[in-house]
Design a protein around this ligand. Structure first.
Ligand SMILES: [Zn+2]
Length: 332
């Protein structure tokens, strides 16, 4: 029996037991570290809307001293195509903040999503974007460049509501130290189901968790703690665990990915948390029913297994390589 049946008044619960509501919300995660790329792009379809949240993708530009492996470029290209397709008939586009893995870019590197590929799909949908006042110079610059390219102002959505959509006030992008900036979280409600996209909170602050719980979601996607970073202290990790368990018991499904799944250690942390919780704590690949594909975590391994020809990155950057036909068959 679903946890949500215990919420609200007894009368409401009984009514739902007798006349179950038709579920109309569909959630699809297009990109995340467990799906082989950096990002948290998610599509939420409701009865009336198709909301594309954070339509961006990136690959860690340098990890372990190595540029992205071609199999990662395959995953990036696949995600870019999925995002293009998703934007074709989107009614709403949400940008939680202006990091290069969360929105199309005017100056994309070869592994990111260039605005040139999707600008024509960004003309009609309603835009909901994070305000830039409290963001870094680089983020504000990217936002301005995007607005100029689209010939549209990027309306500030922080704290706003529009029918099925609600946006949070800014919450910290990870640590509350002021240097990492902030993100905007999105709540979508449809037919009694509530989904929250919490973006890059990394489970490192209580403020975001309080807001998510207050929104009473059934399902949440968020970035998990950056276990791959040596700077993450033991205390921060312990507090992230406490927050994760606190949130997990209030929702049916908690999807943690992004920063968390950049290392195999992060994956172990997810499995451990999952074993402690009565509720579902999973990654994006689990949610989508795919095999976990932690390409960034395994980058060194891929370089050993499938050596990269000299000059490959330069040729790829010049657009001389069709990565899908060259490398697709080498990827399981
Ligand atoms: Zn991010």
């Amino acid at each position: 029996m679903s946890q949500r049946l215990f919420r609200g008044s007894i009368g409401w619960d009984l009514q739902e037991l007798i006349f179950p509501k038709e579920r109309t919300m569909q959630i699809e995660i297009l990109g995340a570290e467990s799906l082989g790329v950096r990002g948290l792009c998610t599509v939420v379809r409701t009865k009336d809307r198709k909301v594309v949240i954070d339509p961006g993708v990136a690959l860690g530009f340098r990890r372990h001293g190595l540029l992205p492996h071609p199999v990662q470029a395959v995953a990036s290209e696949r995600t870019r195509r999925l995002i293009e397709k998703a934007l074709e008939d989107a009614t709403d586009i949400v940008i939680s903040h202006f990091h290069g893995d969360h929105h199309p870019l005017v100056d994309a590197n070869p592994y990111q999503l260039s605005i040139e590929r999707v600008a024509k799909f960004c003309v009609r949908p309603r835009l909901w974007t994070k305000e830039t006042k409290d963001l870094s110079y680089n983020q504000a610059y990217r936002a301005k460049a995007l607005a100029n390219r689209l010939g549209r102002t990027l309306p500030v959505a922080d704290g706003m509501s529009d029918g099925q959509l609600t946006f949070s006030l800014p919450v910290p992008h990870g640590r509350k130290d002021g240097r990492s900036g902030s993100v905007m979280m999105t709540r979508v409600e449809d037919n009694g189901e509530v989904f929250v996209h919490a973006s890059d909170i990394q489970m490192l602050g209580d403020e975001a968790i309080r807001q998510i719980i207050a929104w009473q979601p059934n399902i949440v996607i968020a970035s998990g703690p950056p276990i791959y970073l040596p700077s993450l202290t033991f205390d921060e990790q312990e507090n992230a665990l406490r927050r994760t368990l606190q949130l997990a018991k209030r929702v049916d499904t908690l999807i943690l990915d992004h920063h968390l799944m950049r290392s195999r250690k992060g994956e172990k942390w997810l499995n451990y948390v999952s074993s402690l919780s009565q509720h579902k704590v999973i990654c994006a690949a689990d949610f989508m029913g795919c095999r976990r594909n932690l390409l960034e975590a395994d980058r060194r391994l891929y370089y050993k297994r499938l050596p990269v020809p000299q000059g490959w990155h330069e040729a790829y950057a010049r657009g001389e390589i069709d990565v899908l036909s060259d490398w697709f068959n080498k990827v399981r």
